[in-house]
Design a protein around this ligand. Structure first.
Ligand code: NAD
Ligand code: UFG
Length: 328
């Protein structure tokens, strides 16, 4: 029973591989190292004391993928590999459509060819667009967000259609809210490329003095303190959600939000970071960021009821673990 984890050396993938190994799964990591480092493999070994096989393969390369499936008996796939920078996707849409769609189509084809039982796909809360929180899985997904968000919506539809025509393959679509945090060991975490887009990596760079101050995009939203509200989820909780999805006996198509169900404002997160880690984060309020919504948080009832999974780790723990990783 081997689990193929594409993008398994990336941020969420590496934490999920740790959980899988700790639960005695046989893991095959596929990653082309576009946004990850090979050292992560030894860190995973250091944390778990166990080995995962590693293939440096591009998931858009069908022939190499086919060889892998021919040689390894893969029963499940967790598909993380993809590009994820919203801003970059607006400037380079074809780069995003090619990588994210072709890799997913290749994996779906091979899943059918080699009788894979389950395919779990990394989707995103971004598919809900600017709807009203809490987001529930039955809400219609948006027609247009940005090219990155589009790739997630299209991949969801591709996989639903694939299942409809091939009922032996069950498909799980996991819609992540805002993953933050790092493994408690301080050995693995998020390593952003260039200037971070997302809040938490930006905060840590300001805390380290790499950047002068945090720009807070908008303080005039209708929220608790005027700043944007998001559902931050510890990456280890998120990784455990994949384990629950993998273990679930429920066949067919299943869609789950993975979040905490609680919203936290930008200011609340910044203040918690300063208090818990005893560092200063200079900040300034600036205009709203185009495309941002005021409030985004999940309805997590379905994952709790059907997967018996819920997040456990607090915002305090998230900021503590991030800071430990940064200072390792
Ligand atoms: P990440 O960039 O850290 O990990 C993705 C990994 O996939 C990287 O290691 C990269 O090298 C690899 N990769 C990319 N294209 C590949 C290809 N063609 N072939 C082989 N490997 C390839 O990103 P992450 O934060 O771990 O996100 C994982 C998944 O979750 C992505 O699909 C992302 O869109 C989705 N997601 C992330 C977030 C988030 O905020 N981090 C939110 C919602 C959804
Ligand atoms: N923010 C700032 N300053 C910054 C960065 C962010 O004030 O420098 C604010 C944003 O305006 C927002 C909040 O912090 O209110 C969170 O922003 P992020 O960029 O960290 O996260 P988003 O919710 O905007 O988007 C993220 C991912 C998307 C994903 C979405 C839902 O970037 O890819 O979560 O999962 F689709």
């Amino acid at each position: 029973m081997k689990v193929l984890v594409t993008g398994g050396l990336g941020y969420i993938g590496s934490h999920t591989v740790v959980e899988l190994l700790e639960h005695n799964y046989e893991v095959i990591i596929l990653d082309n190292l576009y946004n990850s480092r090979i050292e992560t493999l030894s860190k995973i070994k250091e944390i778990t004391g166990k080995n995962a096989s590693f293939y440096n393969i591009d998931a858009t390369d069908f022939d190499s993928l086919n060889e892998l499936f021919k040689n390894e008996e893969i029963s499940s796939i967790i598909h993380f590999a993809g590009y994820k920078a919203v801003g970059e996707s607006v400037n380079f849409p074809l780069k995003y459509y090619s990588n994210n769609l072709i890799s997913t189509i290749n994996l779906a084809k091979l899943a059918i060819k080699y009788n894979v039982i389950k395919l779990i796909f990394s989707s995103s809360a971004t598919v809900y667009g600017d709807g009203e929180s809490p987001f529930t899985e039955i809400m219609p997904i948006l027609e247009r967000t940005n090219p990155y968000g589009e790739t997630k919506a299209i991949c969801e539809r591709i996989l639903i259609d694939t299942y409809t025509a091939n009922k032996n393959l069950s498909v799980t679509l996991l819609r992540y809210f805002n993953p933050v945090g790092a493994h408690e060991s301080g050995l693995i975490g998020e390593v952003p490329n260039g200037i971070p887009n997302n809040l938490m990596p930006y905060i840590t760079q300001v805390a380290k003095g790499i950047r002068e101050k945090l720009l807070i995009y908008g303080n005039d939203y209708e929220t608790v303190d005027g700043t944007g509200v998001r559902d931050y989820i510890h990456v280890v909780d998120l990784a455990k959600g994949h384990l629950s999805a993998l273990k679930s006996n429920k066949g067919g198509i299943n869609i789950y939000n993975l979040g905490t169900g609680k919203g936290t404002s930008v200011l609340e997160l910044v203040k918690t970071f300063m208090n818990v880690n005893n560092v200063n984060i200079p900040y300034e309020f600036v205009d709203r960021r185009p495309g941002d919504i005021a409030i985004s948080y999940a309805d997590v009832t379905k994952a709790k009821e059907e997967l018996n999974w819920e997040s456990k780790l607090s915002i305090e723990k998230m900021v503590e673990d991030v800071w430990r990783f940064e200072n390792q």
